[in-house]
Design a protein around this ligand. Structure first.
Ligand SMILES: Cc1ncc(C[n+]2csc(CCOP(=O)(O)OP(=O)(O)O)c2C)c(N)n1
Ligand code: SF4
Length: 539
């Protein structure tokens, strides 16, 4: 008999431990709060994990692993799934021969995101089953089930986490290794994997049939639990909302859905028949509520106001009592700020003082929108700065157009800025354009992750370093300047003024390491030095 292994883990860490125990051949993804620690943990405990340039590439690499009979984990935050949606939808048609588990972390309340979209909408649209763990233990256990489901039905499976599940810690009983993965090998199956219309049409029918079979499987999957209680009121809930519901109304009968799509319709119908009234409590969009209503199951949902932000025990209590929601809390009084001495500061001071119209992007530098800079005019999604800046340049009157600058970070540039540069050279605005790449040598906003232009892998190993100036020149930008004299604010302003006055496309790469990244690098090299000294054999 094996001794029980328990550890205090967050949901992200618990999922990574499960991936290791399942023998996942490769974990890949792109950082994004609240999902980032999954791959960092997987690498730290000895699994193979790597950052991809963006979520689409990560999904495709993972798909290749799963086409090759391997087990793959791909991780991202909810908005990452927008980027990876194209391969996901097709993967649902082609199916996989190994396992493909997509761990997506939603951010209800937008603690660190530009929107609060609900990943379950994608699961339904793509036709991919979705599991919703409610705590770190389930994040661990459900990953095993996701691998099993993926291999049994040959389907990608989404594990939807939310901020509380990803980040709260709990005592997790670590399961022993599951059934070992099959040996990776390639079996040709052209009709299944090449989505020309002649093959895609039957693939869509196969997908719908598979979903019916998975719905049937879900009726007895053991992922959905009925917790006993009185029959006056029944609650259907998923994810962390199920825990809130249990605490808010411990005497009430509760159907906790571990797998919300495809819905176990018979299980839900039977549950609703057994109670006088049934309320659905879920974090995010009213997805389960709508699925129930589509199947003619009479349930009540939460008020529209409770679709925004994270749920809590008190919020659930209020929903169950039918009380009116209070007005939303006032915005936090102390907005975040760039660190003192942050290299982005000098850039935004110059953009402000030169009266630029700034098409911005997402990263630490988005804080350039706030006082004392107030030097960002748009910020939509990762990579949008270049396209939006070009659009403004095309349409604005010349006196405004010549002040437009696109500002993008190094990680974001690699993620989704490259094609913006291609567009700039393919369809240059008549007055040219200025793109600023803020190369602080890290993905600072999400916690200092490496990326293809830092020359280090997720585990800190040296690898090929993408040259930002090289890639811009290769695309055809003749005017590329690398600015590194940070102590000289005036020379940066002069450079920016000069580039704004020319009517041609140009790129300025402002290169200076993020202070926190620099500090961490120094600490690492000090630790390595100390280790070398301690390891010196004594004479
Ligand atoms: C599609 C998508 N994936 C991930 C994120 C999370 N995220 C926001 S900005 C960012 C990158 C920031 O790095 P960089 O552009 O280098 O700017 P820095 O924070 O270093 O200034 C990431 C990963 C996101 N918002 N959208
Ligand atoms: S973490 Fe780095 S990039 Fe972000 S604000 Fe601080 S110094 Fe600037």
């Amino acid at each position: 008999m094996t001794a029980e292994r328990r550890e205090l883990l967050s949901g992200n860490e618990a999922l990574a431990h499960a991936a290791l125990a399942c023998g996942v051949h490769l974990g890949t993804g792109y950082p994004g709060t609240p999902s980032t620690e999954i791959l960092e943990t997987l690498a730290a405990i000895g699994g193979k994990a790597q950052w991809a340039p963006n979520e689409k590439v990560a999904m495709e690499v993972a798909l290749g692993v799963a086409y090759g009979n391997g087990r793959a984990l791909v991780t991202m935050k909810h908005v990452g799934l927008n980027v990876a949606a194209d391969p996901l939808f097709s993967a649902a048609y082609t199916g996989v021969s190994g396992a493909l588990v997509v761990a997506v972390a939603d951010d209800p309340g937008m603690a660190s995101s530009q929107n609060e979209q609900d990943t379950r909408r994608y699961a339904i649209a793509a036709g991919v089953p979705v599991l919703e763990p409610s705590d770190p233990q389930e994040a661990h256990d459900f990953f095993f089930r996701a691998v099993e489901l993926s291999e049994q039905f040959g389907t990608p499976v989404i594990v939807r986490l939310t901020t509380r599940v990803s980040h709260s810690k709990g005592s997790v009983e670590l399961r022993p290794a599951g059934p070992p993965p099959r040996s990776p090998h390639f079996e040709r199956n052209i009709a299944a994997r090449v989505l020309i219309p002649a093959y895609a049409r039957p693939a869509h029918r196969r997908l719908r049939q598979r979903l019916k079979e998975i719905a049937q499987w879900n009726e007895t999957s053991g992922l959905n639990l009925v917790l006993t209680g009185t029959s006056d009121l029944g609650i259907i809930a998923s994810g962390v909302a199920a825990l809130h519901a249990r605490e808010a109304a411990p005497q009430t009968r509760l159907l906790k859905l571990g797998m919300s799509y495809p819905l176990p319709v018979q299980t839900v119908k039977e549950f609703v028949r057994g109670v006088k009234r049934c309320v659905v409590i879920e974090e995010g969009d009213p997805v389960i509520e709508e699925l129930c209503l589509t199947h003619g199951i009479p349930v009540e949902g939460k008020p529209e106001e409770d679709r925004f932000g994270e749920l809590s025990v008190s919020r659930v209590r209020r929903i169950l009592n039918g009380d009116c929601p209070p007005p939303p809390p006032p915005a936090s009084t102390r907005p975040p700020q760039l660190c003192p001495g942050c290299p982005h500061r000098m850039v935004f001071e110059a953009l402000r003082d030169l009266g630029c119209i700034v098409a911005g992007d997402i990263g630490c530098y988005t804080l350039g929108v706030l006082p004392p800079f107030e030097a960002m005019d748009t910020c939509t999604c990762m990579g949008a700065s270049i396209g939006v800046g070009l659009g403004l340049r095309h349409v604005l009157p010349p006196d405004q157009a010549r002040r437009v600058v696109s500002v993008i970070g190094d990680s974001t540039f690699v993620h989704s800025g490259l094609t913006g540069i291609v567009e700039m050279m393919y369809n240059p605005p008549p007055g040219g354009h200025v793109v600023l790449i803020l190369d602080n040598r890290t993905t600072a906003m999400t916690g200092l992750q490496d990326h293809p232009a830092t020359g280090r892998t997720l585990s800190g190993q040296p690898t090929h370093e993408l040259s930002l100036e090289g890639v811009c020149r290769a695309i055809g930008v003749e005017d590329v300047t690398v600015f590194e004299e940070h102590s000289n604010k005036e020379s940066f302003r002069a450079l920016l003024r000069e580039k704004l006055s020319q009517a041609k496309p140009c790129v300025i790469i402002v290169r200076r390491e993020c202070l926190l990244a620099m500090r961490r690098r120094k600490q690492e090299s000090l630790a390595a030095q100390q280790e070398r000294v301690t390891c010196q054999p004594s004479e």
